[in-house]
Design a protein around this ligand. Structure first.
Ligand SMILES: [Zn+2]
Length: 434
């Protein structure tokens, strides 16, 4: 009997070790692949131009996988060393808070939760097990910690002022990169508009209204009903406008896109995807939708994966960019790689010069390449990141001693419990906890 107990306990330990140690790695290696294309040579001309660009990518899910983003990874697509090597000036790191089992681009129910298992395997705080807001706040903390521990190599951007001073510094030093936070799907609010504020305070600057399923606020392009904004969704759009949280229409249903374009008083983006006129599927934008986003003053981020561009090589991305430019205008197109978003891409962040090469081959001028590779997105963020936020927080006054004592600020940085109600942007110290 005793032998059996020891055997079972031993087996359990082995299983736990596999679950916590290897599962996240294995899942990521399987989902986030690079398919190197045979024609990946980069000419000296492309290399020179690439080195001179200010590159912005509107979408990467790299925070999700538990990799130390300060180390050069041997799996996945993006991390600080690879972003610097690829000359990326600004990456938007997005929080994925819930994805459905059997995830697909056509029809997903909202009642399953893959991220729960990933959170468990990566030992996220228990508060994240049943609160999606807590998951987003935890991922923001992960980002803050990465920036705080990076010796200045990863700069956190939250305001136009942050962006301007960072770009000035980067003129002297190309060995740095920057990150901004975005959210994939308004399910991150746990159904409550009040949760918008802590997410803004945690540094999130854009949020899509849905991800792969319909949520309390809007219909998804891959949901069941694929409806538009709900009454709560209309209110959310107004609150996001008022709070300076940029609306992202990626993953939205056509009706949601129509509703938001009619309702939003501020420019909206489409952080990652493609256009149906170039690659026809329901994940991508119609020409009319793309024109609407451009009219709002927004940016369309062209994705690097096959559903976005209908082929697997860098040239296909360049063709998709060409089409988007024809429809939306050169000022309204940018990059939305979806690096580390459970997709296979032709190159990782370190090899982005392959896209510059492909754009040159596609006949783009140097000026147009500068615009789509990042110039447009930098202009967009410097005009649309919330300025009032820094007034509220310039000396952390907003978080008075009574509301959030200095000691708690440190505690928050040490062991964030993610209750979701008192999130705070704080003085962040580098604390290595994972
Ligand atoms: Zn996505």
């Amino acid at each position: 009997m005793k032998k059996i107990i020891v055997l079972v306990a031993g087996l359990l330990l082995v299983l736990l070790a596999v679950f916590f140690g290897w599962v996240p790695r294995l899942v990521e290696s399987t989902l986030n692949r690079v398919r190197a294309s045979p024609s990946s040579r980069v000419s000296p001309q492309a290399r020179a131009l690439h080195g001179d660009l200010q590159i912005v990518d509107l979408h990467a899910d790299s925070l999700l996988w538990g990799r130390d983003l300060l180390e050069r990874g041997s799996r996945g697509h993006a991390d600080v060393p690879r972003l610097i090597e690829g000359n990326v000036a600004l990456e938007v790191f997005t929080a994925v808070t819930k994805t459905p089992r059997g995830l697909n681009y056509d029809r997903n129910e909202a009642n399953s939760d893959n991220i729960f298992w990933l959170a468990l395997a990566q030992r996220w705080p228990p508060s994240t097990w049943n609160s999606l807001t807590a998951r987003a706040l935890y991922l923001a903390k992960r980002f803050d910690q990465t920036a705080a521990c990076s010796n200045g190599k990863l700069v956190a951007i939250r305001t136009p002022q942050d962006l301007a001073s960072y770009l000035k510094r980067r003129k002297e030093n190309r060995e740095i990169t920057a990150g901004l936070l975005g959210i994939e799907g308004a399910q991150a609010l746990d159904g409550k508009i009040e949760n918008l504020e802590p997410l803004v305070q945690a540094g999130y600057r854009y949020m899509s209204l849905t991800h792969f399923f319909d949520d309390e606020f809007a219909g998804s392009s891959a949901g069941v009903t694929k409806g538009g904004l709900t009454p709560l969704g209309h209110e959310l759009v107004r609150q996001m406008n008022a709070r300076g949280m940029i609306i992202d229409l990626a993953h939205s249903s056509p009706q949601t896109i129509r509703d938001v374009l009619a309702e939003s008083k501020r420019p909206v983006i489409y952080s990652h995807g493609g256009l149906q006129g170039n690659c026809n599927n329901r994940r991508n934008l119609s020409d009319e939708e793309a024109r609407g986003i451009a009219r709002s003053g927004g940016i369309i981020g062209i994705g690097f994966w096959p559903i976005a561009v209908c082929a697997k090589d860098a040239r296909a991305i360049a063709r998709a960019i060409r089409y988007a430019v024809q429809i939306a205008g050169i000022e309204h197109v940018g990059l939305g790689s979806d690096f580390d978003g459970s997709v296979t891409v032709p190159f990782d962040a370190a090899h982005l010069s392959e896209l510059t090469e492909a754009l040159l081959q596609e006949g783009f001028s140097a000026a147009d390449i500068r615009a789509v590779m990042g110039g447009n997105a930098l202009r967009f963020f410097s005009e649309n990141l919330p300025k009032q936020w820094i007034q509220l927080n310039s000396s952390l006054e907003f978080f008075s001693e009574a509301l959030w004592p200095a000691a708690s600020r440190v505690k928050y940085a040490q062991d964030f419990d993610g209750a979701g109600t008192n999130a705070i942007w704080k003085e962040i110290r580098c604390i290595r906890d994972h």
